[in-house]
Design a binder for this molecule. Structure first.
Ligand code: R5P
Length: 300
């Protein structure tokens, strides 16, 4: 079946790169916000018949940025899916490298909602055939998806990039206990027996404040602190301070989805990181590792 790719407003370059990898046509979109705050999206085409009987791949990350918050990004995604369905697409494949609301996967306080699940229920209702995301915060929420759903692992790509940056005597640091398994898997990409150190992190679920502590064995080591998301940079900055106090030499602050909100970049560099590394799931100045090839390989 012939394929065609739509690069949503949040993933224009990543979408374009995936289309190059697949050697297929790419179409972009136009978007705006109406004066009342509602979103508008139009696929940039003149002929509505071009999707008939085609497999349409939609690439749209849903992270917040200056050009649109995550609610806007989700609305745009829903609008693209709905449009191509209306225009007769035979199959719809959705690629959402960063999935907004993925961290709202559990009930921590009475009266909350597991909104990560709701996002999938909405997507299910729109009728798609396959969904691909990357390093999902809690992969088990994919069970909510009624179609084929894949969580792509970007850790090898990130590790390969770090290896090119001259890191030696590496220790991987997990910024909280919940990320231990992820950090262990990440460490294996640097070789057998790469040590993994863990920081204790406690969050006050009412205020959102975090407390981190620990004394790690990092003397004269290059340290890779790896997380799935950097949002405000609070977790990463605290982990970096602990790593520095524990004797770390060079510090790589690494996340698949480096949202870098508010003062995050300053906080992380000021805490002592030598470099911040993210993927182009979020299109910003630290997205040094492209997901295009790995996503294209899954789509082939
Ligand atoms: C939380 O469990 C996540 O894995 C990240 O550690 C968290 O989202 C980072 O947020 P922030 O950068 O605001 O500390």
């Amino acid at each position: 079946m012939e394929k065609i790719l739509i690069a949503g407003p949040a993933s224009q370059i990543l979408g374009w790169k995936i289309a190059q990898e697949l050697s297929i046509e790419v179409i972009n979109t136009e978007n705006k916000t109406f004066p009342d705050g509602e979103n508008y999206l139009r696929i940039n085409i003149e002929d509505e018949t071009i999707f008939i009987d085609k497999e349409v791949i939609i690439v749209q990350s849903t992270g917040p940025s200056a050009s649109g918050n995550q609610n806007t990004r989700l609305m745009e995604l829903f609008m693209i899916i709905d449009s191509v369905k209306r225009m007769g697409a035979a199959r719809i494949i959705v690629v959402v490298p960063y999935l907004a609301y993925a961290r709202q996967d559990k009930i921590f306080r009475p009266g909350e909602t597991q909104f990560a699940n709701v996002i999938f229920r909405i997507i299910n209702s729109l009728g798609i055939n396959e969904l691909y995301t990357v390093d999902l915060h809690a992969p088990e929420v994919l069970d909510e998806c009624s179609c084929k759903a894949i969580n792509i692992d970007s850790m090898k790509l990130l590790a390969d990039y770090i290896k090119t940056q001259g890191a030696e005597d590496i220790v991987v640091v997990s910024p909280d206990k919940g990320a231990i398994e992820r950090s262990k898997a990440f460490a294996r990409n640097f070789g057998e027996n790469i040590p993994v150190e863990v920081i204790e992190k406690e969050r006050d679920f009412k205020t959102g404040e975090i407390k981190m502590s620990g004394s790690l064995d990092l003397k004269d080591k290059d340290v890779v602190i790896s997380d799935d998301i950097i949002s405000t940079g609070g977790t990463m900055a605290s982990a970096i301070k602990i790593a520095k106090a524990s004797g770390a030499r060079k510090i790589f602050a690494v996340a698949t989805h480096a949202l870098l909100l508010q003062q995050a970049k300053y906080r992380i560099i000021n805490a002592g990181a030598d470099v911040i590394i993210g993927t182009d799931s979020i299109d910003n100045e630290v997205s040094k590792v492209s997901l295009a090839k790995i996503i294209a390989d899954y789509l082939k």
